[in-house]
Design a protein around this ligand. Sequence first.
Ligand SMILES: O=P(O)(O)OC[C@H]1O[C@](O)(CO)[C@@H](O)[C@H]1O
Length: 308
Amino acid sequence: MILTVTLNTALDVTYTVDALVPHGSHRVGEVTERPGGKGLNVARVLGALGHDAVVTGFVGGATGDVLRGLLAPLPPRDALVEVAGNTRRTLAITDRSTGDTTQLNEPGPQVSSAEWAAFLRTYEELVAGADAVALCGSLPPGIHVGAYAELVRIARSAAVPVLLDTSGEPLRRGIAARPDLVKPNAEELARLTGSRDPLRAAGDARRRGAHAVVASLGPEGVLALTPDGVWRAAPPAPVRGNPTGAGDSAVAGLLSALAEGLDWPERLARAVALSTATVLAPTAGEFDATAYAELLPRVTVEPHTPTP
Ligand SMILES: O=P(O)(O)OC[C@H]1O[C@](O)(CO)[C@@H](O)[C@H]1O
């Protein structure tokens, strides 16, 4: 079983408009609602790949009920912990004229220390039966910035591989707790390390405690610094589309391949093929299964030798 943690789950709402104009009034052509937050996206992709995935984190209020209702028919198993506050919504506005998406993320519900303690009990039980854990996304208000570091330490003491995908101070503290893998994008790495050179920044993140770093470089694929080597993996050609959830699909690719005992080049190929197939899917956070099957053998994975 692969466990994904989404402390700040979300009802992901997508609006499609003909053209998004700042200060303008818009008629929304199409509205979709999906159970979201990064770990839920990861678990959905894991489910689509045939893996047993369990989702935990916080859920509450009327929005939480809608989220749980939408999650119920899907493969990931629901082990979310109820809180008194209302689960947040995120709003993605897709502009048909450009294909670009604008994202607005609410902060999420206030979580009390009693609710955090209840979550920790659930998490410890679930980790004991997990083959791998992914800790994903932002923290809701009330959760301390060292929360992911605490969850990394619990997974490590249970000898369960743990992947961390967050940003800012929670990422900095989480890395110091020595996760097996982090998957920042280039912007997050630059904010963490002060370096805009992904190779240098990923090396710095490893020195801070991450055993391996897979940096997502958008349409250019990923750069991986691991104990077994350094690789660049890239799709056959850059694609245009909606990148929402592409990073989450990359996490699902890395975790599923890890759970199947595949080596680093195969893990990276899967991560790049899945994230590219997610950009190509019309609905944010879904992946195009046909595109994935076509892309997988065409992803290039090469040992990376830095230019002098
Ligand atoms: O937790 P955050 O960093 O705010 O990210 C959440 C959002 O990111 C996405 O997972 C896309 O990666 C959306 O589904 C949305 O819920």
